[in-house]
Design a protein around this ligand. Structure first.
Ligand SMILES: *Cc1c(COP(=O)(O)O)cnc(C)c1O
Length: 225
């Protein structure tokens, strides 16, 4: 099957309201163009340098999402064009994104990343930190970012009940935050959870956006750098 067929297959499996974000990291511009030619316009990358290189090379109507850990000193490179940042995990990062968005005269859509996995290696805010952030005056003063939802990554494990439990906890938190902090706006609508190994469970638990790489583009350990 071609990579475009892989994407089409996932599309037929999922409800139409779930957005599929093909994660193209390590894969070539030619491979991305194959998926682009099939009509897909959204792609995700997890490294700033790689994202900027691909942005410069590829058609400008691509909606580029950033999904990796973002260092504050690199926000300026993606601020002119990034469509959605999935991985905002601190107030300081949000402040920097706001500053660079303002400099570029745009509003940048952001997801706040929540720590749901058991490992302490995964980035993200705790639910308390999330609520503190959203209640703070500093947050209310940010004019050039829009928080449009939450993102989370489950523990890397074969224990699918564990994964389901983590996604479910994020889904509950999402609804709680939506009704307590965004009750008078429809902007808060994205729950980004699910990757190649667990997107089915994520969607069952309420995901509205899945970030899938290897099941579309193939294994990252072979070929393309
Ligand atoms: C690489 C990556 C993905 C996609 O991973 P696959 O297992 O290849 O689907 C999703 N989210 C983030 C944050 C990633 O870095």
């Amino acid at each position: 099957m071609s990579i475009l067929d892989n994407l089409k297959k996932i599309k037929t499996e999922l409800p139409s309201e779930v957005t599929i974000v093909p994660i193209s990291k390590t894969h070539s511009p030619e491979q991305i163009m194959e998926v682009y030619a099939g009509g897909n316009r959204v792609f995700g990358e997890n490294k700033v340098n790689e994202l900027v290189e691909k942005y410069e090379l590829l058609p400008k109507d691509i909606d580029w999402h950033f999904v990796g850990h973002l260092q504050r000193n690199k926000v300026k490179y993606i601020a002119p064009f990034v469509g959605l940042i999935h991985s905002v995990d601190s107030m300081r990062l949000l402040v920097e994104i706001n500053k660079m968005a303002k400099r570029n005269e745009r509003i940048i859509n952001c997801l706040l990343q929540v720590h749901i996995a058991e490992e302490d290696t995964k980035y993200g805010l705790s639910s308390d930190e999330l609520k503190q952030t959203l209640s703070s005056d500093a947050y209310k003063n940010l004019t050039h970012i829009k928080v449009v939802g939450l993102m989370g990554m489950a523990t890397f494990t074969d224990d699918m009940e564990q994964v389901r439990k983590e996604f479910r906890s994020l889904s509950v938190l999402f609804k709680d935050v939506k009704s307590n902090y965004f009750s008078n706006s429809n902007d808060f609508s994205i729950l980004s959870m699910g990757m190649s190994g667990d997107y089915g469970i994520a969607v069952e638990e309420g995901s509205t956006m899945v970030r899938v790489g290897s099941i579309i583009f193939g294994d990252r350990s072979y070929g393309n750098k």
